[in-house]
Each structure stands twice: as structure tokens, then as C-alpha cells.
Design a protein around this ligand. Structure first.
Ligand code: SF4
Length: 614
């Protein structure tokens, strides 16, 4: 079937050959393999891309959480005509499997029944190898957060070493980093034209698989990474040289430099980045442009079922959590140094129109299970809907491209524009829709932005908090906050004061749920004691304390690895698990991690006792 045909969107994307037959499809164009269960909701990346490709005329099927000790699951719908896409899931598979103290998790919110074990460690690598065995010669592309954040040489916390790009380790043909709608569509069109040509020449099926596109064609795909020999690369005009894999492996400082350059590559969005690795060159094309409002609307208005595939007999915790939530925008201008989003979604915000968001709420009202509560309207940060950068082309000509790592730190950039009143007005309009009882803001709110407009803050606090507001002050130490690229603690205290006054004015008992972090690079035990002292004075017993996990690709992880701040100055880092646990315990004396350590100590004592008695 030619790929430009308009295809009807199915109720669910097919997951078996039977479902393909029901749709009248004799083969797939694209097979997507996911480490998460299949939930047909726009918050899940693989179904989102699947529906996007179908809307553009490609037949797409999903294999979710395939078994990795057999090829049976992958063979279920046959060899796809164009390519297979691989995503580890909403989280890096190592992060999904292990706690901050490298203990195996028992739960997995993205799996039926909420239990772990349905996806392998390093899922991108394992799934790509399976696909290579199931369909020799098939073009395989990686995407999603695991691939995106491991696109060049990176620090791997779980093995405490530098690993090379996941593209090289997996032997996939291409990697799409960041939000992949533009890249995957370009790739599908490119491979379709190659395949059509091969079919016309009579070489249509394996082993006569269409040839891999040449370097010039791959350079046209936005937000892509591929490997080639240096001599294959044509002369490029705008190039960003990243440190080579070997120098990152040889010097921790080189990882700091590489991360800084990679942030610049994503944010400035102009250059092709080059990362030498052994005798090959990893080429990163410029990032895909953020989607325009009309493109965001079209994407989120696709007919998602908003629930898990009916084949599952157990509930999927993540699906339940997001069933009645609405994505209003993507991207975050905050650029916090520990957040993977800065490198994945980028700092430029793509927003949906108010019309599109309100229509989604109306469609949600048609579902029988809906109880009239919109559980969240937001994005990575709740209050950046319709945020823009007012720095124009003239400014760019005069002063060059923006070089800041964050639009909000160390202070809010004078070009950052966001109208908090508009956002609250949108929430009020949603609340006035027939059948809507409550509208909540459950995504994290950037209080440093909200406090700029106390009137809008008052309306949000009085009307949309639902008793609890999640805020991420993260720490009380301004040194640590500065390293995190977060606002100073005084700003949080000012906001807290405003929150309490506005809640009292509304006659509501409302609470702030503070997100705090231990073990951050640069944070000392003394800093943790000070934070604990502040909490005690407030009478707070925080539940949301996360020990810093050095996830691949972030600036904070580079600082953790190097033991230096971004300026190259040495600083204290709680490196060992014991040091990190000691910091964590200052806030959470009875954490489960402590429990398990107590058990281990008890077992060790028993063992020692037995040895002595022998
Ligand atoms: S100029 Fe300011 S608002 Fe624009 S991208 Fe740079 S930091 Fe952000």
C-alpha cells in the first residue's frame, strides 16, 4: 500500500496479526517496540508517534514489553516494510529497575499490575539485538529518553563508568533524540521512497532489503544521530566539535565540557555536532524545530482511546494516574542542571491552543468512567503554557545566539515572556465547561515565575490547588540551589508566605508538598543538617525526598563524575552509596533503604557470629 494513502485511525494500534487483519492491513510499514505497556494516551511517547505516523499514511503496529528470551513476540505481526523503532519507555530502563541506592525495585508503574520484570535492563540494546535476529537487514531506529540521553559518550551510574554512545552499543542504524515527530516522519518518507524504488526494481523482500540511506540523506533528518566513517562526511558549514569518546573516558573534566556543548547544541539548534568515537564519527544533526501551535493541536487531537489496550487484565498504575490529565505544552525554560528534560524536550516551549485543550476536556467528558475531575493541566512545569522568547533576529545578529543555560537562572531572563493571568483564565474556562467539577494543577509549579504576578498566583492558589500544591524548592542551601540552577531559597519562602495568605483568604486548609533532594553534587552533610533544621522549625515531615541519581546526560551528572562545578572548581561530592545514604538519612531516618541496610547488617552480624562460633 503506498504510504501517502489517508488511513483511518484505529481504536487501538494493532498489536497482533489478528488486529491487523481486522484493519484490512496485510503488513506494517513501521513496527514500534516499547518497554512500557501499551496505553493509548498522548502522554505515552510510542503510541503518540504511532498515531502521528498513521495520520501521515503509514501503517504502524506496537509490540509492548516483548519477551526477550524468544523472538515469538517480535514475529507476531511479521516483518515491517520500512523500519522498526525502539523505545525503552518513559524512563531509562536502569532508572526504572533500580533505586537511587542501586537496589532492585519491585514496582514498575508502566507495567500491568505495577510489578517490575517486564522489560530488560538496557532495553534499547536488548530490543535492537532481538530485532536484528528476528528481521535481518531491517533498518532499526532508537528513540525515547533512554536513547536520547545516552546519545554520546556518557556517565553510567549503575556501572560507575563512561559508556560510549548507545547507538554504537546497540548497533542500531539511527537514533532520534528529543521529541521525534519531525524526525520519524522524515525517516519514514525517506525509507518509503527507497523501498518503493527497490520494489519497482524487483528487489522487494529480504535478503534484498532496501539499502541504508546515504549520509547526505541522513543529514536531512532533524534531531538524528548516526555513525559514519569520517571520510563519508561532506564538508559542513556550521559544525560543533564535541570531545571524543576517548577523551571523555580519559578525563572527567571532558564530560563537563561535552555536556555544556550538548546543551548549547540543543538550545541554539543550528549546528551539526560531531563526536569522534574510535575510528568512527557520530554525527548529530541539528535538533528538530519545536512544533508550532497548529501542529501541537493536530497531534494531541488524534483520537487516543486514553486507556490501556483491552488485552491487559491488570491495571497499569501510570495509566490510571494520567487518565484525566491534559498536556498543555512541552519543553521547560528552567534548564535545571539535574533534569533530563533540558536535553530531551529542550527549553523552547511548544504550546497547544486554548481551543484544542478545551475540546480535549469535552471529549474526555464523553467517557463513561470520567467523574468530572481534570486531574492536571500542564507540562514539565505547570505554568509555562504559551511561554516564548522575545529575543528577535536583530538581537541575534548584533549579539549572537543566546548562550544562557537557563531562561530563569540566575534570574529570569528579560526576554522570557509568559502570561500567568492567561493561564489561570484558561483553567477557569475549563472549570466552567458543562460536567466539569474540579480542575487541578498537579504538575510542578515554577514558583519564581508565579510570584511575579501575585494576582494570578492568588487565583491559582484559591481555585486549582485541590488541597496540595507540589513545589520543588529542592534545598535550603543557596550554594546547592545555584548548582542546581534553581531560584534562591528566599524566593521559595516568599512564595510560601503568599500561598498561606491566599489559602487563608479562600478559607481553605491547603498544604505545600515540597520536593527535596539529598546527595546533590556540592551538597555537604552540614547543608543537609541545615535543611533538616529548617523543616523542623516549620514542623514539616517531608515525604518527597529524592536522593540525587546521576542519570545519563545531565550537567549535574557531569559534576558528580568530575567532582567539579561547571567552572571547573573542585567541590564536595557524596560519591559512595554510603555517603549518599548518610545524607538521605538526615531527612528520612526511617527510609526503606535504611531498613534494608539494617537487615543486611543484621545478617552480616549473624554470619560473623556463626563464623566465630565455628
Ligand atoms: S534569550 Fe532569554 S528567554 Fe530567550 S532563550 Fe535565551 S535565556 Fe531564554
Amino acid at each position: 500500500m503506498p504510504s501517502h494513502f489517508v488511513l483511518a485511525q484505529p481504536d487501538f494500534l494493532p498489536t497482533t496479526s489478528r488486529e491487523m487483519v481486522d484493519l484490512g492491513w496485510d503488513e506494517l510499514d513501521v513496527l514500534l517496540v516499547s518497554g512500557d505497556a501499551y496505553v493509548d494516551h498522548p502522554a505515552f511517547g510510542v503510541p503518540l508517534l504511532g498515531r502521528w505516523l498513521i495520520a501521515n499514511g503509514f501503517r504502524v503496529g506496537i509490540i509492548a514489553q516483548p519477551r526477550w528470551d524468544t523472538l515469538e513476540d517480535l514475529h507476531r505481526m511479521g516483518r515491517p516494510r520500512l523500519f522498526a523503532g525502539v523505545g525503552a519507555g518513559a524512563l531509562d530502563s536502569m532508572l526504572a529497575h533500580y533505586t537511587a541506592f542501586r537496589k532492585l525495585r519491585r514496582d514498575d508503574a508502566y507495567t500491568p499490575g505495577g510489578t517490575s520484570g517486564a522489560r530488560p535492563n538496557r532495553a534499547c540494546i536488548v530490543y535492537t539485538n532481538l530485532l536484528r535476529r528476528a528481521f535481518p537487514g531491517l533498518f532499526v531506529v532508537l528513540g525515547g529518553i533512554e536513547a536520547s540521553l545516552r546519545r554520546i559518550a556518557h556517565y553510567d551510574f549503575w556501572t560507575d563508568r563512561i559508556r560510549r554512545s548507545i547507538l554504537l552499543d546497540s548497533k542500531a542504524d539511527l537514533l532520534l533524540y528529543g521529541m521525534a515527530e519531525r524526525g520519524i516522519l522524515e525517516l519514514a518518507r525517506l525509507l518509503a521512497s527507497h523501498t518503493n524504488h527497490a520494489e519497482a526494481s524487483g528487489f522487494s523482500s529480504p535478503p534484498f532489503a532496501p539499502q541504508r540511506p546515504d549520509v547526505l540523506s541522513l543529514l536531512q533528518i532533524p534531531g538524528a544521530a548516526f555513525a559514519c566513517r569520517p571520510e563519508e562526511l561532506p564538508v559542513l558549514h556550521s559544525v560543533l566539535e564535541l570531545p571524543a569518546q576517548e577523551s571523555i573516558q580519559g578525563s572527567p573534566g571532558a564530560l563537563l565540557q561535552a555536556t555544556e556543548l550538548l546543551e548549547k547544541h540543543v538550545h541554539q539548534g543550528r549546528d551539526t555536532a560531531l563526536h569522534p568515537s574510535g575510528d568512527r564519527l557520530l554525527v548529530l544533526t541539528p535538533p528538530a524545530a519545536p512544533l508550532l501551535e497548529m501542529e501541537m493541536d493536530a497531534l494531541y487531537e488524534l483520537p487516543f482511546a486514553r486507556r490501556a489496550h483491552p488485552a491487559y487484565d491488570k491495571p497499569i498504575p501510570a495509566a490510571e494516574m494520567i487518565a484525566s490529565s491534559i498536556t498543555s505544552h512541552r519543553g521547560c525554560g528552567g534548564g535545571c542542571s539535574f533534569c533530563s528534560l533540558a536535553l530531551h524536550q529542550g527549553r523552547r516551549i511548544s504550546s497547544r491552543s486554548k481551543r484544542s485543550i478545551m475540546e480535549e476536556v469535552v471529549r474526555m467528558g464523553d467517557a463513561t468512567h470520567w467523574k468530572g475531575v481534570v486531574s492536571d493541566v500542564g507540562g514539565p512545569s505547570a505554568n509555562m503554557w504559551q511561554a516564548t522568547c522575545a529575543r528577535d533576529k536583530d538581537m541575534e545578529k548584533k549579539h549572537g545566539l543566546c548562550r544562557r543555560a537557563s531562561c530563569l537562572h540566575p534570574k529570569i531572563c528579560r526576554f522570557f515572556r509568559v502570561d500567568q493571568q492567561d493561564q489561570v483564565a484558561m483553567l477557569e474556562d475549563i472549570r466552567s465547561l458543562p460536567g466539569v467539577r474540579h480542575v487541578r494543577v498537579a504538575s510542578g509549579v515554577r514558583f519564581d515565575l508565579l510570584i511575579q504576578d501575585p494576582q494570578a498566583a492568588g487565583r491559582l492558589i484559591q481555585g486549582f490547588v485541590g488541597g496540595q500544591l507540589k513545589l520543588a524548592p529542592e534545598h535550603t542551601s543557596n550554594t546547592v540551589l545555584n548548582l542546581m540552577r534553581k531560584p534562591s531559597f528566599a524566593v521559595f519562602e516568599q512564595f510560601l508566605d503568599l500561598f498561606q495568605r491566599q489559602s487563608a483568604r479562600a478559607g481553605k486548609q491547603q498544604f505545600v508538598v515540597p520536593y527535596l533532594m539529598s546527595g546533590f553534587p556540592g551538597c555537604t552533610d552540614r547543608d543537609m543538617v541545615d535543611l533538616n533544621y529548617w523543616l523542623r522549625r516549620k514542623g514539616w515531615r517531608p515525604q518527597q525526598v529524592q536522593c540525587f541519581v546521576p542519570t545519563p546526560g545531565t550537567m549535574a551528572t557531569a559534576m558528580f563524575h568530575a567532582g567539579k562545578d561547571p567552572m571547573g572548581n573542585p567541590m564536595h561530592v557524596a560519591r559512595s552509596d554510603a555517603q549518599r545514604l548518610a545524607q538521605h538519612r538526615i531527612l528520612i531516618p526511617h527510609s526503606p533503604e535504611q531498613g534494608s541496610e539494617k537487615k543486611r547488617n543484621k545478617k552480616a552480624k549473624l554470619r560473623d557470629g556463626k563464623k566465630r562460633s565455628k
